[in-house]
Design a protein around this ligand. Structure first.
Ligand code: ZN
Length: 170
């Protein structure tokens, strides 16, 4: 690429390093003409097509911001959110497509969020899957009970305010 300072048509890479999460590479370049240095970042192109038809670059921060909303008041750390963001980005990049819909991104969030916090998962799923009645929530909870081992469900009933089942006494 052209030197951003003097428009010289060539540059020399003086340093190259992959970012911690492995999704991009930063190159420090030097212009052989004016000698000034600049940085370029290379990532696989990944665009998200919004419902409005507008296309924007995939943003891990937007994923995290959306999930953070669903996690309000839940015992979820910023660290766990960052990890979820990374898992989602890896999953959508692993599809190999250069373009995704917001629906695809939402789908990629559901799995990792289910592992992270079931109440946040239900909140997120209620928006994503457009729940519009209590029955939709109940159906999603039944689905979770069928999918997950009981140990993963521990705490969900308390969190949802469902009284613990009374053991049979006979
Ligand atoms: Zn230059």
């Amino acid at each position: 690429m052209h030197c951003p300072f003097c428009r010289h048509p060539d540059s020399r890479v003086v340093d190259s390093r992959t970012t911690d999460d492995g999704t991009s590479i930063r190159r420090r370049r030097q212009c052989p003409d004016c000698g000034r240095r600049f940085t370029t970042v290379e990532t696989a192109s990944l665009m998200v097509i919004k419902r409005s038809g507008v296309t924007e670059p995939f943003s891990r921060n937007k994923v995290i911001a959306g999930v953070r909303k669903a996690c309000q008041g839940r015992p979820v750390t910023e660290d766990a959110l960052a990890q979820l963001g990374q898992r989602v980005e890896e999953a959508v990049r692993a599809t190999g497509s250069a373009e995704l819909s917001t629906h695809d991104v939402g789908l990629a969030i559901l799995g990792p969020l289910q592992d992270l916090d079931l109440v946040a998962y239900l909140r997120f799923a209620s928006v994503y899957r457009a729940f519009d009645s209590l029955e939709d929530f109940e159906a999603a909870i039944v689905e979770l009970r069928e999918q997950l081992p009981p140990t993963n469900l521990r705490g969900l009933d308390e969190d949802l305010g469902v009284p613990a089942p009374v053991p049979a006494t006979d």
